[in-house]
Write a protein of this length. Sequence first.
Length: 191
Amino acid sequence: MTRWPELERGEVRIRVLRRRDEAEWLRLRAENRTWLRPWEATVPGGAARSITFAAYVRGERRAHRRGTGMPMVIEVDGRLVGRVALTRVEWGAERGGSIGYWVSEHVAGRGIAPTAVALLTELAFERGLHRIEIAVRPENAASLRVVQKLGFREEGLRRSYLFIDGAWRDHRIFALTADEPRRGPFWAGSS
């Protein structure tokens, strides 16, 4: 049996999505549909492939097993409140990946997102990745605060990077490497 990662810091816990999470996950997604619409990537033309929740969970676990991603859910007090996912993992000479995240509107601003991102970044570095990237829409003040709190350095702008809310959107790119210092309250062993 595979040991799926579970990490905690303070009130925040990140772990893999489970089949028994289906009702809670679907409720959380439905409650936050409007809140997330301006920030979540979609398929141009709106023709997204529909899969069952069980297939979705299997796909996420397959990514963990293959080392191509680490999709996780965020919990606070045993309740699902969001998502943090390492995707597009490349090994070989690059050893990098990209992190995306969101939290429910009802818990936004409590430091949950930066804590979850720090936990997943640390796990990625422990597993041998060297570089983590985060792409943020220039208008997304809350996500910009997350990368700033965590000390990710800005590297530039990707024009028309992702299709979001009906149009191709620019993103500011931030990165952190395993050999860069990590300071602040969100990192393990930091002050």
